[in-house]
Design a protein around this ligand. Structure first.
Ligand code: PEP
Ligand code: MG
Length: 548
């Protein structure tokens, strides 16, 4: 038996046959061609096929996951059609009189090198996309189907990392589990594996050798362990763990409709995070008490201009109406850093995570901010809305925001447009600055929501997108836990409530600590609502260990 260790995504056990998907990108043959025009025709026909494939993937991703996840395929189509890319390929075929596969491979290499060297994370990511589209065209030229389309039933796929194309083409009935030797737990692939409920292990400690292909494998995505050629004892132990997990998921269904109260009578709200309006059904299905974070920036993605007030109003209205009287906390546009819009001119920055993002962009661009706030206020007439603002570092920012809000309320009232005048206003606590001055900030707002993803990155000085330092990131670090406690205490002193909406809210090993601190609301992924409820119901806050 060989054991590998990584990070587990979506707790479950999967049994299957290991199917190793190797990148064959480097092994494209180079050959001379006598008929250049014929070769160019071959290229164009493969290009057309590739465009059709990405369009199909776009439709599928849109249907299965939503607009934000589908966007990447629109980008891929644009990249395939890019004139520079196309002309470089044609020039190579013509000048060197060589085959189209090699010309595409060579162009891909050139372009991805250029993208990788750019001083901009967004452009760096495009390097992987160039490789993805080029591999697709090469496959169309050679007639190779990707291995991912040909898995045997109950395959456990092992790949270096998955591109968005791969994720969308997975056949859930055939893929029992996923092993991504490189991927991070915050990657697209990991997030989608949670949505699809596919047990996955990412970011392995060592490489899985090709000779293991076809062997029996078990992945334990609770612990992140992978067992190749498991011995009898391990197999039995895993079967037992799987049975327990299945029973647990069954049990969780009984928790629907139950209150989130600890054994000693403490109540907490358990809400869900919403990234895309299409996830609402999942949120309701899992009996979430509300939406603790609607990442509204996803409405601005996968398009070529800003959504206007009317369009946004209709989307917000639809969401709040579906949620009935449950609270919907809408976070205003949080773009910048890794969340870019093609149609907005971001400055070139050396450190985008420390740069132009979140509220900084909105306060600098009043038209964008006012349009969104007006749409949210208009929707507030139809449900239970709260608004919160991202990336706050000072009370001056909050004062500016409130001035905008007052002007908008006045304009709406003057125009006799319905809205709720008492929409609670909160801020995200996701910078150390905001946590440290939370006593002062509490005066100006109705609530706080702690964004532990960014709070961890900024407190520990570890870029959340950077896989080189990713292993150093530790959201359980005492510094983070102490900051959270400080924020809760400061808010409560001023009679304000506090939620947590970063990934840490879903971490069951900290639920009791958060309860003992008096956190009022936890906003988690929809599939975690019931398991966190179970944890709450089983907790006695009088018996909590010392975390500090
Ligand atoms: C956070 O930073 O914890 C958060 C919830 O915001 P996002 O992950 O969207 O940056
Ligand atoms: Mg954040």
């Amino acid at each position: 038996m060989i054991i590998f260790k990584g990070t587990g995504i979506f707790g479950d056990i999967a049994f299957g046959i290991l199917s190793i998907h190797q990148e064959n990108f480097e092994s494209v043959n180079k050959r001379k061609v006598s008929n250049v025009e014929e070769e160019i025709k071959r290229y164009y026909s493969a290009r057309e096929k590739a465009i059709k494939e990405v369009r199909t993937l776009y439709e599928k991703a849109l249907n299965d996951f939503g607009a934000a996840e589908a966007e990447i395929f629109a980008v891929h189509e644009m990249m395939i059609k890019d004139k520079d890319y196309e002309n470089t390929i044609l020039d190579i075929i013509r000048e060197k009189k060589i085959n189209a596969e090699y010309a595409v491979w060579n162009t891909s290499h050139k372009f991805s090198q250029i993208f990788s060297k750019m001083n901009d994370r967004y452009m760096n990511q495009r390097a992987a996309d160039v490789r993805d589209i080029s591999q697709r065209i090469i496959n169309c030229l050679t007639g190779t189907k990707k291995l991912l389309h040909h898995q045997k039933d109950a395959a456990i796929l092992s790949v270096q990392d998955l591109t968005p194309s791969d994720v969308s083409s997975l056949n859930r009935r055939k893929v029992a589990g996923l092993i991504l030797s490189k991927g991070s737990e915050y990657s697209h692939a990991a997030i989608i594996s949670k949505v699809l409920k596919i047990p996955a292990v990412v970011n392995l400690n060592k490489t899985i050798k090709p000779e293991y292909d076809g062997k029996k494998v078990i992945i334990d995505s609770f612990s992140g362990n992978i067992y190749i050629d498991p011995d009898e004892e391990t197999e039995k132990r895993m079967l037992k763990k799987k049975e327990e997990a299945d029973k647990r998921y069954e049990l969780l269904k009984y928790l629907k409709g139950k209150e989130n109260v600890t054994l000693d009578g403490r109540k907490v709200e358990i809400y869900a995070n919403l990234n895309n309006p299409s996830e609402i059904e999942d949120i309701l299905e899992n009996d979430s008490g509300g939406i603790g974070l609607f990442r509204s920036e996803f409405l601005y993605m996968n398009r070529d201009s800003f959504p206007d007030e009317e369009e946004q109003f209709n989307i917000y209205k639809n969401i709040v109406q579906k949620m009935g009287d449950k609270r919907v906390i809408i976070r205003t546009l949080d773009i910048g850093s890794d969340k870019r819009l093609d149609y907005f001119n971001f400055p070139t920055e050396k450190n985008p995570a420390l740069g132009y993002r979140g509220i900084r962009v909105c306060l600098d661009n009043p038209n964008i901010f006012i349009t969104q706030l007006r749409a949210i206020y208009r929707a507030s007439a139809f449900g239970n809305i709260c608004i919160m603002f991202p990336m706050i570092i000072s009370s001056d920012e909050v004062k500016y925001i409130k001035k905008y809000v007052e002007d908008i309320k006045k304009d709406l009232a003057d125009s006799k447009i319905n809205f709720s005048p008492d929409v609670p206003l909160g801020i995200m606590i996701e910078t150390p600055a905001a946590a440290i001055i939370s006593d002062e900030l509490a005066e100006f707002v109705d609530f706080f929501s702690i964004g532990t993803n960014d709070l961890t990155q900024y407190t520990l000085a570890i870029d959340r997108q950077n896989s080189i330092v990713g292993k150093l990131s530790n959201p359980h670090h005492k510094a983070i836990l102490r900051l959270i406690k400080m924020v809760v205490d400061n808010a409560h002193k001023m009679g304000k409530w506090v939620g947590i909406c970063g990934e840490l809210a879903s971490d069951e090993s900290l639920t009791e600590l958060f309860l003992s601190m008096g956190v009022d609301e936890l906003s988690v992924s929809p599939s975690s609502v019931l398991s966190i409820r179970k944890k709450v119901i089983e907790t006695d806050t009088n018996k909590i260990r010392d975390y500090f």
